[in-house]
Design a protein. Sequence first.
Length: 124
Amino acid sequence: MPRISEYFFRTAILFLLVGIAIGIHMAISQNHNVIGAHAHINLLGWVTSAVFGGYYALNPAKATGRLPLIQYIVYTAGVLLMVVSLYLLLMGNTAMEPMVAAGSLITFAGVLLFAWIVWTPARS
């Protein structure tokens, strides 16, 4: 399996663990004000990262070179920034709103890089 797939799968599991922890905390506290952050870390962190890892595992020719690693770094940094700042925003820290926007744009850049990788023919 390509190394980039391993990176995405391992990162996906970390996001899943944090997402579950947030869900358990919300259930115990009966305070669901951070449900948006919970949803984003599970969907963008766990599911989408795992999908990226699966794509690279199924298409090892697309997993080579620097671009997949750059895509991993950009996407993962964007999700981390977005989810942490969204969590803080939903906890009442309104100063985090620009950080949520920045994280969203960085995440989107990571998705655009992935789209480029998918649509560009693999080198033979």
